[in-house]
Design a protein around this ligand. Structure first.
Ligand SMILES: Cc1cc2nc3c(=O)[nH]c(=O)nc-3n(C[C@H](O)[C@H](O)[C@H](O)COP(=O)(O)OP(=O)(O)OC[C@H]3O[C@@H](n4cnc5c(N)ncnc54)[C@H](O)[C@@H]3O)c2cc1C
Length: 392
């Protein structure tokens, strides 16, 4: 039977095989990232600030509401498209990648899954059009052990009063809305944790110190201060005491997109290293003619392909409604590991200039480090993988 008789409904055979719609989407994000973000990457890294006009363009292109249904002004796209967008943005600037990552895969997602009809109407419309969102779980005393949080929520009838401090909150400098976790019943332990939708203007809410970081410098990371912050009862996301479920389930999805951020970064490292190797001459030859350099590039390409397959598989499982928790942990763990190695290897292939700010690879190396830390450290991913492995 000729191959052309295959139905267009046939499932994609290879994980990296894209539908026409996915190809078009990928090409448009790639073009935007290269042409609009590219020229500003170094300046934004130096300043430690992401340009507002670029965030506005990300909204205009629909990149901040990819999966939000069209009825709320979103693109009605897939989770896989979120992952492709994060990969493409990160291949140019991992800070741009994380802005879209947090917005699409943990903030929008949490509201799409757990929000009431009224919350979706009030907030998804804004998140799709002009409002940046943040996800506030971590605190100074609770990182990996996230449910040991000290921020409390006191029930005051038609509203809650939230008190405490959140740390490391991505996008906080730009955000208008925070998916924020507090404990409404500390005596019940993690079963008191509740998710709230907190607007920046709510009384008692303040964005505090912004961190000065090694990498991902253009992405804001701030402290949040809650001093009897008044949050209306209708802004409880999901149920009181079920916030732990909201956190676990959204972070499982978010991890896949951190994997995408890391494969975008690793791809950039490989592209810069290959381009340089093809023009740098030593011993009378371009260095790409040396087998030693070829093998270094080949190993980077192989690791990238393996990481991409893990990330795409986890994303496609999620879109298919299948279990993806272990696959997501593997994708994040492995991608962040190879991103750091690839960025390091790229610097070596560039030699001395690799470590200077005249070339982009030193920034990729700095940006890679966070991949093994946020949304669950590598140890936490390994714990998830091992738990599944050993229960069989
Ligand atoms: C740039 C940046 C952006 C971030 N963005 C956000 C955000 O938007 N929202 C948010 O809520 N949080 C955010 N975070 C916080 C991030 O998720 C935490 O930093 C991360 O979960 C680790 O927590 P920690 O820093 O407290 O480290 P710790 O939990 O103190 O871990 C320290 C070390 O101990 C290890 N460790 C801890 N427990 C175990 C264990 N049981 N077994 C083995 N090893 C263990 C860890 O692997 C790590 O190596 C961000 C952090 C950074 C740096």
């Amino acid at each position: 039977m000729p191959a052309t008789t295959h139905s267009t409904e046939a499932p994609t055979q290879a994980l990296t095989q894209l539908s026409d719609e996915e190809k078009m989407f990928q090409a448009s994000v790639r073009r935007f990232a290269r042409e609009q973000i590219g020229p500003h990457v170094r300046e934004m890294d130096d300043a430690g600030v992401f340009r507002k006009d670029l965030i506005r363009q990300m909204f205009e292109l629909g990149l901040m509401g990819i999966e939000i249904p069209e009825e709320y002004g979103g693109q009605g796209g897939s989770f896989f498209q979120c992952v492709m967008a994060v990969e493409e943005l990160s291949a140019v600037d991992p800070s741009a990648g994380v802005i879209a990552d947090v917005q699409n895969t943990i903030v929008n997602n949490a509201i799409m899954k757990w929000g009431s009809a009224d919350q979706k109407q009030r907030y998804l419309t804004r998140l799709a059009s002009d409002t940046v969102g943040s996800y506030a779980l971590s605190e100074a005393g609770s990182g990996s052990d996230a449910f040991a949080m000290a921020t409390t929520a006191t029930d005051a009838g038609d509203h809650f009063l939230l008190t405490g401090r959140k740390l490391w909150i991505t996008n906080a400098a730009e955000s208008g809305l925070f998916v924020l976790f507090a404990n409404a019943n500390p005596a019940a332990g993690y079963r008191g944790i509740t998710a709230f939708l907190v607007e920046r203007e709510f009384p008692g809410f303040q964005v505090g110190k912004k961190e000065d970081k090694l990498g991902l410098r253009a992405s804001s990371t701030c402290e949040l201060i809650l001093d009897n912050c008044r949050v209306p009862r209708e802004n409880v996301l999901g149920e009181v005491g079920k916030g732990y479920k909201v956190a676990i389930e959204t972070l499982n999805e978010g991890r896949i997109a951190i994997g995408a951020q890391m494969i975008g970064l690793a791809r950039a490292a490989l592209e810069h290293a290959s381009a340089y190797a093809k023009q740098r001459k030593q011993f009378g030859k371009v260095i790409s003619e040396f087998q030693g350099v070829q093998f270094q590039l080949a190993k980077m390409a192989t690791a990238l392909e393996a990481a991409r397959l893990l990330v795409y598989n986890a994303a496609r499982l999620r879109d298919a409604g299948q279990n993806f928790v272990t696959e997501a942990a593997m994708a994040k763990y492995y991608s962040s590991e190879i991103a750091e190695q690839s960025a390091s290897q790229a610097i070596e292939i560039l030699g001395g200039v690799g470590i200077t700010k005249d070339y982009p690879v030193e920034k990729l190396y700095r940006d890679a480090k966070i991949g093994r830390i946020y949304e669950g450290t590598s140890n936490i991913q390994l714990m998830t993988i091992a738990k599944k492995l050993l229960e069989k």
